[in-house]
Design a protein around this ligand. Structure first.
Ligand code: ADE
Length: 225
């Protein structure tokens, strides 16, 4: 999986790409992240990437030329998804993450300031994604959210791939409770079924708890089919 991130702030990604699961995915060649500084495609000596909006009003708009050239420098005429992060996009969920995780390559475009020029949205952007109904100052954090969620689904990243199958949302419901040693902590005991060694019973208990938690915390997930 190759992900090209187009951003005005590539340094924001540096630590993120080295640590934890993303670092492992890159070390194991399951993920290749290519950072592209949009400013490198600016046309003037000040490397200007934004300008005032036509029609006036507050906020700046990202200029179309550097965005166009940055996308084309990666796409090179090929048809690959170009994802733009915006609160107007489709709300990201695990199903969408799984669909993207199957792609070989994609471009993530991080906007900043008020907006990007609409002509880029009309022509180059294939998908618009939101990570929630709130406004961030740019698409960099949403891009990191997406990269993290996709990376852990790549083959060879999780030491035990079955682990992803029991995550919240992977099966359309929330996950069950987990316990580790000690068997008793401040008077609270681990449920005895988990110590029984009876795998069928444990599975039934986990499924029952997952449903109970989903019913309590996110009943909407059960009503959505
Ligand atoms: N850019 C700004 N806010 C955003 C959000 N909530 N989701 C995705 N991209 C954004």
């Amino acid at each position: 999986m190759k992900i090209s991130v187009l951003t005005l702030f590539p340094s924001l990604f540096e630590n993120f790409l080295q640590e934890s699961m993303i670092g492992i995915a890159r070390d194991r060649s399951a993920l290749d992240v290519h950072l592209v500084n949009i400013r490198d495609f600016a046309h003037d000596k000040h490397r200007t990437a934004d300008d005032y909006p036509y029609g006036g009003g507050p906020g700046m708009v990202m200029k179309p030329e550097p965005l166009w050239e940055a996308v084309e420098s990666v796409r090179d005429g090929r048809k690959i998804p170009v994802i733009y992060f915006t609160p107007q996009g489709k709300l990201l969920n695990q199903k969408i993450v799984m669909d993207y995780a199957d792609q070989k390559e994609m471009i993530l475009l991080c906007g900043h300031y008020k907006e990007i020029d609409q002509r880029i949205r009309d022509t180059l952007i294939t998908d618009e994604i939101s990570i929630g109904d709130y406004v961030l100052s740019g698409g960099e954090i949403p891009a990191m959210v997406m990269i993290d969620a996709i990376a852990r689904l790549q083959n060879g990243v999780l030491n035990d791939p079955a682990s992803a199958l029991t995550d919240s949302h992977q099966q359309g419901i929330l996950g069950c409770p987990y316990y580790t040693r000690p068997e008793e902590f401040r008077g609270m005991k681990v449920p005895s079924v988990l110590l029984s060694g009876d795998h069928k019973k444990i599975e039934e208990w986990r499924r029952g708890k997952a449903l109970e938690i989903t019913r309590k915390k996110r009943p909407d997930l059960l009503n959505n089919g």
